[in-house]
Structures are given as C-alpha cells and as structure tokens.
Ligand binder design. Structure first.
Ligand code: SAH
Length: 362
C-alpha cells in the first residue's frame, strides 16, 4: 500500500525522506506542496527522479472535488471523491470575517441520531487524517476557520482526528491556529476527557439537543450510554483545561424538544446549580452571563448555546420548529441568563444538512 503523505507531520515526513535516501530539507518543501493539494508532477522544486519515486511509493492529493454547488450567498457545498471511490460532503460558509470550511471525519456515521441523514446508511469507514486535511488542500480559495461538523462523529475516529489537528497546525504546511478550529461531538464522554489532555485547545461543540436523558434517548441512541450529567461534567473538565468556552448545540425539533419547559430545564442544566447537589444554594439560581470567564460566585460554566432549527429530512418524520418557536426558545434561555443565538443557515439554497447532499447523489 502507498504511504499517504498529507496525513504526516513534518517530523514524520522528515523521517520518511531520510529512509528514502533524500535530504531532510525536502520534507519542508514537500509539506507545503502537499497542503496546497499539489500532485507530485506539480512540485517543481523537487528533482524529477525524486518525484518519480514518490509517485511510485506514496500518495499526494487524497481528495478531489467531485461536484461543487455554489450558493447565492457566496458559500458552496461540495461532494468530494476519495481514492477508493467513496463520496463525502462538505460546506464552505461565507462570513464577513472569512470562510469557514465544514469537514467530514467519517464516510457515513454509526451514531444513529434520529434527525440526521449522515447516519441513515450507517458507517462505511473512517477517514484518514490525510483525507481530512485533503478537504482543505483541494480548496481553491483560502480557508479561515475549520469546523468538524460534517458527516461522522469525530471522537469515533479519535486517533486520526487528533493527528489531523496536529498536521494542519504545522507552521510550514497549512499553519491553522487551533483557535480557528471547532470540533463537534455527540458527547462521547471518555474521548472528551482524553481530548482535554491533548492540549489542542480547539473549541469543543457538544450536540446536546435535549436537557435530560429521557428525552435525549428518544432522538439520540448514544444517550443510552452517556448521560447529560456526565457530558456536562466532561465539558467542564474541557473548559478548565482549555479555557475555551463550550458550545452546546441544540437542534429545535417541532413538538419534541422546543417547549419553554425544555428551555428552562436546559438553563438549569447548563448553569450547573443543581439544588440536589448543593443544598446551601439560593432557590433562585444566579445564571452565568456570557462575555466573561470570571466564575466567582457561580458554579455555572462559560458556554454558549447554538440553536439550530432542524433541517427536516424526508426519510424521518421530524420537522423543524417554527420561526416563532425558535425565537421564543432563544428568549427564554437568554432571560434565564444563558448566552444563546440562532445559527444562521448558510448555503441553504443548495441542499439540506449533514449527509443529505451525499445521499441525494448516491
Ligand atoms: N457527530 C458530530 C458532528 C455532527 S454534525 C455531532 O454529533 O456533534 C453537526 C451538528 O449538526 C450536530 O449538532 C448534529 O446533531 C446536527 N444535525 C444533524 N442533522 C441535522 C439536521 N437535520 N438539522 C439540524 N441539525 C442537524
């Protein structure tokens, strides 16, 4: 099997160059080319013989744009083709401060969330770090921010995702600051705790979608394994280690999780002032207010709730909440001192969310 070069760190590329009998400095030239998405033929600084040998034994660009669907808002959706013929999808979102690229971490997904199209056919395979980096490398325009919010559960492919993060951080390669990266998980608690120890300090987004276990179990099978209390505790650990405010994602599903009562329960959960656990606490909890990381006087955790009106998928009977209900839910949270905003839908004229484009094209 050929060695996939875009998933290697500079140190690993340097080792490889030495083993192949090339001077170590070639690794520095190579990593730049690899992260520009170049194939060996387009690496003019490398001697011809070297390019020939690399092409025989290694792979350069692992991902190609199969189809591009430009959006009227300046963003785009993509179908990418991998070497084995797999098709994955991604989104480029245009913001005033630059473009954010949403990447997939697996082909399909096995988490089984009731509202998500990525999981309908289960998991085909994990992506390699090189295939994740390749989704950035094949872009024609610069990428500002990276979010691991495409198809797949990043923490179900832990090692390759962590490798990917280290690789895109390489100063001579993509040189992406971890401050510009967000990783979204459905709440795999052991991996959340392990990730806190990696020192990568990316923004962690946690897909909560329900304020309690009973409700969460009806839409997310993973709730049978990890409870919200443990997810909140792990989020707290991650915040303490990284200093990064936690993002909680909450997809609003009509008549399922969008009531004012759910908002109130969510506020109490995120505030962390559980009366049962702290008998001495005041009856009216002091909720944490966004904007400061000063935790004095409150056991709550600096966090932000991203409200996402559910993108209905035809295969399932779940619908998104009405605009009014979304606004009401946001107001309730804000009133209770929880920082919350409704996520703007981007590139939405193209196709729905999470795996819908890929399915439509299979
Ligand atoms: N496996 C990761 C990444 C998933 S995609 C995770 O669970 O976080 C990013 C977000 O989109 C998740 O919060 C996911 O739950 C949400 N999502 C999936 N399908 C959706 C849909 N049809 N409408 C709105 N949000 C959706």
């Amino acid at each position: 099997m050929k060695t996939e070069l875009p998933g290697l760190t500079l140190a690993e590329l340097t080792d490889l160059m030495k083993r192949m009998g090339f001077p170590a400095f070639r690794a520095k030239q190579l990593i730049k080319y690899l992260h520009e998405g170049a194939d060996f033929a387009d690496m003019p600084l490398l001697p011809k013989e070297m390019r020939g040998r690399l092409a025989e034994e290694c792979e350069a660009n692992t991902v190609t744009i199969h189809k591009e669907f430009p959006s009227a808002d300046g963003g785009a959706k993509y179908l990418y083709a991998l070497r084995d013929g797999s098709i994955i999808e991604g989104v480029r979102m245009r913001y005033s401060y630059g473009d954010t690229l949403c990447l997939s971490t697996q082909v399909g997904c096995r988490m089984g969330c009731a509202f998500c199209a990525s999981t309908l056919d289960g998991l085909a395979r994990n992506l390699t770090a090189g295939e994740m980096a390749g989704q950035i490398a094949c872009q024609k325009q610069p990428v500002g921010n990276v979010v691991l919010m495409g198809s797949g559960e990043p923490f179900d492919n832990y090692d390759e995702v962590v490798r990917f993060l280290r690789v895109i951080h390489e100063p001579l390669g993509l040189n992406i600051s971890m401050r510009r990266v967000s990783l979204s998980t459905c709440g795999l608690v052991p991996q959340m705790l392990r990730f806190a120890e990696e020192g990568l300090n990316v923004t962690l987004a946690v897909s909560l979608h329900a304020p309690n276990d009973d409700l969460r179990k009806t839409i997310m099978p993973i709730a049978e394994v990890y409870g919200v209390a443990d997810i909140i505790r792990a989020s707290r650990v991650y915040f303490n280690k990284s200093g990064r405010r936690i993002i909680f994602e909450y997809a609003l599903i009509k008549d399922v999780n969008d009531s004012d009562a759910c908002a109130a329960e969510l506020a109490i959960l995120l505030h962390g002032n559980h009366p049962a656990k702290s008998p001495g606490s005041p009856t009216k909890p002091q909720f944490w207010r966004g904007g400061s990381t000063d935790l004095s006087g409150t056991p709550g955790m600096p966090c932000h709730v991203n409200l996402i009106p559910l993108n209905g998928i035809p295969e399932r009977s779940l619908a998104g909440s009405s605009k009014n209900r979304v606004r009401a839910f946001e107001s309730k949270l804000t009133e209770l001192g929880i920082s919350a905003t409704v996520r703007r839908s981007l590139a939405d004229d193209v196709a729905g969310a999470c795996g819908q484009l890929r399915r439509a094209n299979l």
